[in-house]
Design a protein around this ligand. Structure first.
Ligand code: BGC
Length: 834
């Protein structure tokens, strides 16, 4: 193992406990020493370090729970059970694969595409729980991944009968019992919530098992909070209609997660922002201050328990209902303390802009602060707060004037019947009067049509030396060169082009590159590699005749679902290694898997996120990657989304601020940038290339775009990735409203925008015999909308762009001037990073 690997794994092991939390506790944890442990459950040996798909990081090795506990000195007394469980899984898996193939056949969908991301539900079985010991640990695991959504059934969101039976039996048999959740999303704990201890470990990357051992032994402690509300799945307003193949109506509007549960006063199982640790804290407000610019709360946090810990303090605001209905409360700020020893205190300051409490008024296309009383509360979960001050505004104020986007939505949205009183208990708190006249109003100026740039001959070297401008260089390129610059690396007439994981030539396993066709002018390519749970590269590759040959590590997952004929065809198509390849030495690359997005968000710590970003940036520098395809910050609208484990939170503030911290960590490295994805409203995986999100303008702006906005404004990411789905009938990647008007004109974004892989291609949709309601995205439409790069790049993209340049009847005609703008942005990024 190389020194950097060891160092990085240690960093993750140190910060990951901050991503964990207790949902329930007695006083038996932590233990004073390792002991004999009866270890059971799906995640005991088959621990999940992160989900599947492009977010899966190829590592040298990762530490399972079994291994982590043994390394720490625990003696595992249930080896027989672990072995029998392994055997059982093999036969259950075979039956599951057959069932998926059968379903695909009935739906007329290619089984490889249909099987992508499908998680096998936890099976039912009878294995005896006869091990003894001083402690029992049951590790309940769930996996999910790109390409498929989760299911409400037993064995996925629901617990299987076997799990419920075994967890309850162990809890009563053993004096000390811990239910450990090795999951990336919500499960329904209702049947087992009475057990003694429930630890949400999550999926923590390479050292997952070590982190659990550290937590059990008190070498570290949990200090995370839930970034999503956990409630019975049928109670989320997003469950009904979720995962439709064609159109998914977001009928809950802005009432996502706690915004819904707190407004309708429905008690969730575990509220947003909730998490227990080994100790307890008291929060006391010391001071408040409010003016038209900002709201500031100073609070003292004291550790009142008897072990060390960290607390997350959260400030919420309740805006007055007026013309617009309002959720009971919304998160305005949060802060995490340093480590506090028993009895120790820290004073923290929570601060946010007064204008951040505005709501979006579609009638006037503006963000408004409505007249009335705004109550500010503080606490340590959305259900455990107390008021600390109130803000009085006499007249409604417009704080930002914009224009409406993504029209065409005719949706009957949820409106709360009666919102609980927001200001019953606030007579004693300080009141601050602010005036409409002193609130600043921002007005956005939108782009006019682009004008063609004319340049003279100049070299890339002159640009690099700053002697000539990019305009001069771009002005000297012809339409073909400009088109190549806007499409990722591809070979002419290469049929399907390249497959994910092999569309890059200079780094094995990178997901893509920009063009190499301007190399003779001196313009190098940018290399992109996936995330978000670390850097996804091939662990093994060879260099033959100067070309990289990576070993594709995703194939096994796909091959499982192929029939004999497909396997035969694949074998026939696979290039046979020649003498030179056989002789070439193997090279090895080992990256570090970090906690999945949801776990990072649960840290509620900018410091933890910055450190993980910094570590990824270090590996990018080492292996020559310029753009990391992460963080992924789509809102966790429903627990059913199969990619929620990659995403951060149901709350845009948590998503945006923590993604900004990851961005700062990565971009502190020379030549490295993040790619914030998937922009926007990609909240389900079912039929993901052509599924249409039907959403109101207000929900789009207040919930689904806001996290991206915060991240842009805080950290100026170098790249963005547009998403597959449609929004109100138009593909997000084809929407100028989203990719230009909002992202660039309203938020001032400066970097490049790339499409998601094959977003503008019929390749995937053609693989399905199902008649989809919506067509695939358009390549020229992507350029027209403001994407700068169509990824990973295909001959068809080039042809469509050339056609759109000359054919006035194209659905998305484009001008040379538009292409020059995209080329300029790609070149500016090359200049910055390559
Ligand atoms: C995923 C992206 C990923 C890209 C490249 C797509 O299928 O949606 O998140 O970055 O592939 O691997």
């Amino acid at each position: 193992m190389q020194p950097f690997e060891r160092e990085h794994i240690e960093i993750v092991r140190k910060v990951a406990p901050e991503c964990t939390l207790l949902l329930k506790k007695d006083d038996t944890l932590p233990l004073s020493a390792p002991c004999r442990v009866a270890l059971y459950g799906s995640g005991a040996r088959k621990t999940i370090k992160g989900g599947t798909g492009s977010g899966d990081v190829n590592v040298r090795h990762f530490v399972t729970v079994e291994e982590g506990l043994e390394k720490a000195g625990f003696e595992i007394t249930s080896k027989n059970w672990l072995e029998s469980y392994d055997e059982l899984l093999i036969s259950k898996r075979a039956a599951f694969v057959e069932q998926v193939k059968q379903e695909a056949k009935e739906l007329g969908i290619n089984p490889v595409i249909y099987g992508m991301g499908k998680a096998m539900p936890e099976p039912e079985y009878e294995l005896s729980l006869d091990a003894d010991g001083e402690l029992a640990v049951y590790v309940l695991a769930r996996i999910s991944g790109e390409g498929a959504d989760r299911s409400v059934k037993a064995g996925d969101i629901g617990l299987s009968d076997t799990e419920i039976r075994d967890i309850l039996a162990l809890n009563s048999k053993f004096e000390r019992f811990v239910l450990v959740l090795n999951i990336g999303g919500m499960v329904n704990l209702e049947p087992v919530k009475s057990v003694k201890n429930i630890l949400l470990l999550g999926q923590l990357g390479t050292p997952t098992g070590d982190v659990l051992a550290d937590l059990l032994l008190g070498k570290s402690y949990p200090s995370g909070k839930l970034a999503m509300t956990w409630a019975p799945i049928g109670e989320y307003p997003s469950t009904e209609g979720f995962g439709d193949m064609d159109d998914t109506p977001y009928t809950e509007g802005i009432y996502v997660g706690y915004r819904y549960f707190d407004t309708v006063r429905q008690q969730p199982d575990y509220p947003f922002g909730f998490g227990l640790s080994y100790t307890a804290f008291e929060i006391a407000v010391k001071d408040t201050d409010v003016d038209e610019e900002k709201v500031t709360i100073t609070a003292e946090i004291k550790n009142t328990g008897d072990s060390a810990g960290k607390e997350v303090v959260q400030a919420y605001y309740s805006a007055p209902a007026g013309k617009l209905n309002k959720p009971y409360q919304e998160l305005a700020a949060f802060a995490k303390t340093k480590e506090l020893r028993p009895g120790e205190s820290e004073t923290v300051t929570l601060c946010f802009h007064t204008a951040d409490m505005a709501s979006y008024d579609t009638d006037t296309a503006s963000y408004i602060l409505e007249a009335g009383t705004y109550v500010i509360r503080i606490g340590n979960s959305s259900r455990d707060t107390f008021p600390c001050c109130k803000v009085l505004l006499e007249e409604t104020a417009v704080v930002r004037k914009v224009k409406n986007i993504c029209p065409g939505c005719d949706l009957k949205e949820f409106v709360p019947a009666a919102v609980p009183d927001r200001d019953t208990d606030v007579s004693a708190v300080p009141a601050y009067r602010i005036s409409r006249k002193n609130l600043r109003q921002e007005t956005v100026v939108y782009d006019r049509d682009a004008e063609e740039i004319f340049g003279g001959a100049c070299t890339w070297e002159e640009i690099k030396r700053g002697e000539k401008t990019l305009d001069e260089f771009v002005g000297s390129l012809n339409e073909k060169q400009l088109s190549y610059l806007s499409i990722g690396l591809f070979e002419d007439n290469a049929g399907l082009g390249s497959i994910v994981g092999a569309s890059a030539q200079s780094v094995a396993g990178a997901a893509g590159e920009t063009t190499r066709r301007l190399e003779d002018l001196g313009v190098p390519a940018l290399v992109m590699a996936d995330g978000p749970a670390g850097l996804r590269l091939c662990t093994k590759y060879k260099v033959v005749d100067g070309k990289i040959k990576g070993m594709n590590e995703s194939l096994a997952g796909f091959m499982e679902f192929m029939d004999q004929e497909q396997l035969r065809q694949m074998a026939a198509m696979a290039p046979k290694p020649d003498e030179a390849e056989l002789k070439a030495p193997m090279n090895y690359v080992y990256c570090t898997a970090i906690p999945v997005g949801t776990a990072l968000a649960q840290s509620f710590s900018r410091e933890v996120c910055r450190k993980c970003g910094d570590m990824v940036g270090d590996e990018m520098e080492k292996f020559g990657v310029h753009l990391w395809l992460a963080p992924a910050i789509n809102i966790q609208r429903s627990p059913l989304c199969g990619r929620n484990f990659e995403y951060y939170s149901e709350d845009p503030l948590v998503s945006g601020l923590l993604a900004a911290a990851v961005t700062e960590g990565v971009q502190a490295h020379k030549g490295c940038g993040v790619t914030v994805k998937h922009f926007a409203l990609n909240n389900q995986e079912t039929n993901r290339m052509v599924s249409n999100s039907i959403v109101s303008e207000r929900a789009i702006r207040e919930i689904y775009l806001k996290g991206f906005e915060i991240c842009v404004k805080k950290s100026q990411p170098h790249a963005f990735m547009s998403s597959y789905n449609l929004v109100n009938g138009e593909h997000a990647c084809n929407s100028k409203d989203i990719q230009t008007c909002v992202l660039r004109n309203e938020w001032g974004y400066q970097g490049v925008v790339m499409t998601d892989w094959y977003a503008a291609s019929t390749m995937m949709t053609d693989a399905s015999q199902r008649k989809n309601k919506h067509p695939a995205g358009s390549p020229a439409g992507c350029i027209h909308a403001g994407n700068d790069l169509i990824m990973p790049g295909m001959q068809a993209d080039l042809e469509d762009i050339m056609d759109a340049l000359s054919n006035g009847n194209h659905v998305y005609p484009i001008t040379k001037a538009e292409l020059q703008i995209t080329a300029k942005r790609v070149l500016a990024t090359v200049l910055k990073l390559a």
